[in-house]
Write a protein that binds this ligand. Structure first.
Ligand code: FES
Ligand code: MG
Length: 572
């Protein structure tokens, strides 16, 4: 068998002027000539380190462990930065820039001499943006995730991101002072890593492990645990082999891998954001996947991992209980056990020896943490292209509910009215928020789990049905209908809801309907005036022009698919 020439040799293996140019400046880093001779695969380290992305702020250190592994296995690591999206700081929402970051990743990988790439992902959007970008190039790739923070402690109680929503209610009711709030801030974020519950970051880390893009245990080893560095080292060693075996992303990301990821997401009670990101990744790699797949494959799987927000504990605890492999082993009869993963073994082989050490953390198919999990996909006259709800985070007796709509035209209207004592609302009402979809906000922010009116909180109301075309934080909970498609800003039926209309939600039958006559519906449709989108230039203008709807993954239409890894022309 003749050895396949490395991709990087299209640059470094050249003679004459071209080879000089591709190599000479690289040597100013003290790199000896033999590194360029084509014996050592060049491994790109796609790093989302940034002090503005605190969940990834330990990535310089983690990258060093990764490099040690790459060197040990005979590779040649070259680290490069890409746009990093910090969920906690970016306005109006990090989701607005996920596609932009994915373009940075795609073009950086394709344009540069690398044979394989390790994607260093952590905070929510940093995983899908890197996986989407790399998938559109399709070279051998592995993901190394951040790992969760150590669980915080406040007033003797364990806390993590899901507690913010509870603290916010207590603050509204005067049970928590501003001083106590500030204390809680420091108590919650006491170590490196991303959010401690099964929020979107951990959901994404579980997703890449279930897809087979990361080594076992990538999803749960805490960021501060030295074993995270061991994982980085082993990832570095393995990516070199993956290049030699020439196993590309498209060989890992098969339809079966996506089905596995959907089932695992149900087992861990993962974030609803999973739907948007997995859909976008599937469209990049060319795998057919639509909303109904999420409902169909997750409906077989109950909640196995007892982790917040669907359960009680934290991702850190899940690691000590056996991690994701132990969770996957509980549902293995449903999984495609023969799906290939980046370590060269199948999912089935990877989980064969996994053990559960704590039944408080990991349930079984016969004795799950909750019988219902996953994603319910709703259809009806309010959401012709679908809407989603996470049953494990909802209140069971609200899953079938008909109530009077209380409408907020946009986020500003909501903020102005929600705590007004004169707002005509009670706990049986359905809260509706418009104009928080991909184009309407823009960027589809995490405001779908809108806080309840103060006067109802004071009465002890804990949950109400809420409907919007926005998203919800992976750490959020409640009977919240999200991702209504098409969105209201472009004339989706949500735009036609008026105060006092009756809305019927029936999760067991998967329906969401506005109870008005056909004639009235048509009348409102004809009278609809689209929202004026105020952006005239720059990236946001491109976003508004090219973004598709929630059921299609909120990607840009022109980014779907792959352009491969070949670049025909030289730079000089
Ligand atoms: Fe970064 Fe939650 S804010 S993972
Ligand atoms: Mg989030």
């Amino acid at each position: 068998m003749t050895k396949k020439k490395l991709r990087s040799q299209e640059w470094y293996g050249r003679t004459g002027k071209d080879g000089f140019i591709y190599r000479s400046w690289m040597k100013n880093q003290g790199l000896p000539h033999h590194l360029f001779e084509g014996e050592k695969p060049v491994i790109g380290i796609c790093n989302t380190w940034s002090e503005l992305t605190p969940c990834n702020a330990h990535f310089r250190d983690l990258a060093e462990a990764l490099k040690r592994g790459i060197w040990e296995a005979g590779g040649f690591p070259l680290e490069f930065p890409v746009m990093s999206l910090g969920e906690c700081s970016i306005k109006p929402t990090a989701m607005l820039f996920r596609n932009l970051a994915s373009m940075d990743v795609e073009e950086s990988i394709r344009a540069n001499p690398m044979d394989g790439v390790v994607l260093m992902c952590g905070c929510d959007k940093t995983t899908p943006s890197l996986v989407m970008g790399a998938a559109s190039v399709d070279i051998p790739a592995m993901v190394l995730s951040s790992g969760p923070m150590l669980v915080g402690r406040f007033k003797g109680k364990k806390i993590g991101t899901s507690d913010i929503w509870r603290f916010a209610e207590d603050f509204k009711l005067g049970k928590l002072s501003q001083e106590e709030f500030i204390e809680a801030e420091a108590a919650m974020s006491r170590s490196v890593g991303h959010c401690a519950p099964m929020g979107t970051a951990s959901t994404m880390a579980a997703m890449v492990e279930a897809l087979g893009l990361a080594l076992p245990d990538n999803a749960t080893i805490p960021a501060a645990d030295s074993r995270r560095k061991v994982l980085a080292h082993m990832t570095g060693m393995r990516i070199v082999e993956l290049v030699k075996e020439d196993i590309k992303m498209s060989q890992i990301l098969t339809r079966n891998a996506f089905e596995n990821a959907i089932m695992v997401n149900a087992a861990v009670g993962g974030s609803t954001n999973f739907i948007l990101h997995l859909t976008a990744i599937a469209k990049r790699i060319g795998v057919e996947l639509d909303l109904t797949d999420f409902d169909y494959f997750s409906s077989k799987i109950p909640l196995i991992a007892n982790v917040q927000p669907s359960g009680e504990y934290w991702v850190e605890d899940l690691f000590y209980a056996g991690g994701l492999p132990a969770v996957m082993r509980e549902i293995e009869k449903h999984l495609h056990r023969d799906a290939l993963t980046v370590n060269g073994k199948t999912i089935g082989e990877n989980i064969a020896k996994a053990e559960c050490w704590d039944r408080n953390l990991i349930g079984t198919l016969d004795n799950p943490i909750k019988p219902e999990s996953g994603i319910a996909v709703l259809k009806g006259n309010l959401c012709p292209n679908g809407a989603v709800l996470k049953p494990s985070a909802a209140t069971p007796n609200l899953l079938v509910h008909t109530g009077r709509a209380v409408v907020f035209e946009n986020i500003d209207d909501y903020k102005a009215k929600v705590d007004d004592p004169n707002l005509d609302i009670d706990e049986t009402c359905v809260m509706v928020m418009k104009n928080v979809g991909p184009k309407g906000y823009p960027g589809m922010p995490e405001v779908g789990n809108m806080g309840l009116p103060k006067k109802l909180l004071e009465q002890g109301v804990k949950d109400m049905v809420r409907i919007s075309d926005g998203r919800m934080s992976g750490t959020g909970f409640g009977t919240v209908v999200l991702h209504v498609s098409p969105e209201s800003a472009i004339g989706g039926p949500l735009a036609f809801v008026q105060n006092g209309d009756m809305i019927s939600l029936d999760v067991p039958n998967r329906t969401l309907n506005l109870l008005i006559s056909e004639e009235e519906f048509e009348k409102r449709r004809i009278g609809f005036i689209p929202t004026q989108l105020p952006y005239e230039r720059g990236y946001v203008n491109l976003f508004l022009d090219k973004v598709n709807q929630a059921h299609e993954g909120v990607d840009f239409d022109f980014l779907q698919g792959s352009s491969g890894s070949e670049v025909k022309r030289d730079s000089h």
